[in-house]
Design a protein around this ligand. Structure first.
Ligand code: SF4
Length: 283
């Protein structure tokens, strides 16, 4: 059984940056360092940070905060302003691409556009974007019908959305509004990862997608594979792998979300080798 590993699997630029910031803070061994929410959507990395004394919190007013690290996905403006007034140090690990999307949401609102955010309304990045987008902003997940819109509409996109969703949304909005302005804030790393995973899923018998179950982009990779005729398994760690998943398989593909560390991908690869796999040349 040949094992292929997606070249782009694992940490993206923004996640690597946030992790480097958090672990550098941990090395200071100072008390009272917190991340606002999980710094990235990977429970194993969050646990490693906890072991080093950095815990996630949702409470910016917590008494013992000395340093607050802002997560990769950013936080809503009012919370950022509240934290800034609290007197403790703020270390901003928001991915610069997310910061850029926040900037565009604000710009569109300031210019009088009704802002539409294409994304998952429960995702922290989208909740953050909403806070910059004005009172008449809407979050659209791409599946529902659009409500009545204003005549001037501006669009920004959660960085991990697929570009096809943006194209569909633009097609729908143009039927309802006189003017649309679009900032394509989809992150390149996401688009490449999706493309590479799609190609891999077309040439293997089993796809193993590695990453947090709470990670939007890992779940998106798993859904993409599951919609194709390939046996797909979304796991967080190597312990979840089952030998019977690979019965009769000639090729297995491994891909991983942007918040999945290399050490977990390596463990998954080694476990599949134990089950009977042999590493191929990759994709
Ligand atoms: S996927 Fe893109 S936008 Fe999201 S954290 Fe990584 S680099 Fe930043």
């Amino acid at each position: 059984m040949e094992i292929l590993i997606a070249k782009g699997a694992g940490f993206c630029f923004g996640v690597k940056r946030a992790i480097d910031i958090a672990f550098a803070m941990a090395d200071k061994k100072q008390e009272g360092i917190y991340t606002f929410g999980p710094v990235i959507h990977n429970p194993q990395v969050v646990e490693k940070l906890r072991e080093k004394g950095i815990a996630p919190t949702d409470d910016i007013c917590k008494d013992d905060i000395k340093v607050l690290i802002i997560r990769t996905h950013g936080i809503p403006l009012d919370l950022m302003e509240g934290a800034s007034k609290s007197g403790y140090e703020i270390v901003d690990a928001t991915c610069p691409f997310v910061t850029k999307a926040q900037h565009y949401a604000k710009l569109l609102n300031d210019d009088g556009y009704q802002v539409i955010i294409l994304g998952d309304r429960d995702h922290p990045e989208v909740r953050g974007l909403m806070s910059y987008a004005g009172d008449d902003a809407l979050v659209i997940d791409g599946k529902e019908e659009l409500p009545e819109l204003k005549s001037r509409v501006g669009i920004v996109v959660q960085t991990t959305q697929p570009v096809d969703g943006l194209k569909r949304l633009m097609g729908k909005v143009i039927e309802r509004s006189r003017e649309i302005k679009v900032y394509n804030t989809i992150c390149n790393s996401t688009a490449l990862r999706l493309k590479e995973t799609e190609e891999m899923a077309g040439e293997v018998d089993v796809m193993v997608v590695v990453g947090g179950k709470n990670s939007a982009n890992t779940t998106q990779l798993a859904n993409l594979c599951a919609a194709r005729p390939v046996r797909t398994h979304h796991i967080e760690t190597a312990e979840e792998l089952r030998p019977e998943w690979f019965d009769g398989a000639g090729k297995v593909g491994i891909t991983a979300g942007a918040s999945t560390p290399d050490w977990i991908i390596d463990e998954v690869k080694e476990r599949i080798k134990d089950i009977g796999g042999e590493q191929g040349d990759g994709t």
